[in-house]
Design a protein around this ligand. Sequence first.
Ligand SMILES: Nc1ncnc2c1ncn2[C@@H]1O[C@H](COP(=O)(O)OP(=O)(O)O)[C@@H](O)[C@H]1O
Ligand SMILES: [Mg+2]
Length: 423
Amino acid sequence: MESDVVAASVHVATLSKIFKPSAPTDDRQLFRGRAQQLSSLVSAMQEEGQHAIVFGERGVGKTSLAYMGMAIFGIQAPDGIRLRLTCGAEDDFSTVWQKLVPRLQQFLDTTDDEVRASLAGTIDRIEDMFMDAPTPESVGRALHLLASRAPLLVVVDEFDRINGYAHGDAFADLVKQISDDLVECTVCLVGVADDVSGLIAGHASVDRSLRQIAMPRMTQDELSEIVTRGFQAFGERSGYTLDIDASAVSAIANLSQGFPYYTHLLASSVGKRSIYANEHVITFEQVFDALMQAKDDAEPSIKENYYKATIAARSDATFDKTILACAMAVPDHLGHFTASDVRPPLEELLGVPRRNSDFNAHLKRFSSEPPYILESTSVTRTPRYRFRNPLMKPFVLMQGFASGLLSQDRLSLRDSNEPTNQG
Ligand SMILES: Nc1ncnc2c1ncn2[C@@H]1O[C@H](COP(=O)(O)OP(=O)(O)O)[C@@H](O)[C@H]1O
Ligand SMILES: [Mg+2]
């Protein structure tokens, strides 16, 4: 039976609203797992003088968690104000807070006239306060003023992009001030970091008032749930039943390596393929058929860096196999590996014995020449490497499966409960 292209396109559009790798999720039905982190965030919102800092790797779901926090805040305080300020590389403390008023106006555009009218004067006063570059002092006063009118939650996202250290303790000072003054608002900082000390200077001085919420990679079960719940929601919303068998779910979860970003990317590619082919069951093999497309849809910077790093200047060089072996190497808990860890998988890929000296130059090149896809540390004399962008490793593995260098049974045979919380 020939599939109806228009109907298929409508279904694909529905699927794109469910699996959207490049956008955080604000859909309560689709948000999975993270119970502990969410409850920690919610309790910080409820306690006076408590604020929060959410940190973890890129693509683990920090912004989505913040959105859920905002949604819960909205339910508990329907008349409350919830704002999200996004930091850019050009920003500093004061330019971030300069965004408060425009954001506030944007938020008020969607509320009713009464609320808007009641806050008009407040906004004017904040604008006056911010005529000079905002300081922790003036921001504290502005938040106080706002919070006296309505419950307030401010999320400051992509906090890592503005090098918190270059601006000294300004953010810590702000948190300290609004916490000591018992300003009835919650500030939630969100950023990429291994730990809080990598994100905010002076954090020790606000330890008690700043709830630390670490976002680890997601477990196999949580990722599987994103897939099954997503396809279930798709069925309910589109009327097109698309079942996915257990081996396909676990292949997607395995390939994702703890990152919901890849779960969305893979589920979206395989789902679209099936809809266009007018099929109703997704199998293990189809996940692999969709890998090529998924790879093409991956973040451009990851793709470009991969190709730049593996294009061999000399035709006999096998950079793609070396980097794949790096992705297959068993790392320590922080994601580090040494040349000796890379050798066994490399021998397996090449089918011949190797010495470390045969490929040390490759590792060196990956870590010392642009695009620097590895970073090296040498505490001891043996250099240790890790992927600079953790999202690169799943991409390299996907590339390996797509090119046939890795055989599919590697995934089907793996224990699906294997922890993925390692680099
Ligand atoms: N708990 C979750 N349940 C379902 N999907 C999630 C969850 N957390 C994140 N995602 C999805 O993963 C991707 C990356 O999430 P995002 O919040 O943007 O990560 P981060 O801000 O840490 O980079 C997005 O596609 C998002 O929809
Ligand atoms: Mg984010």
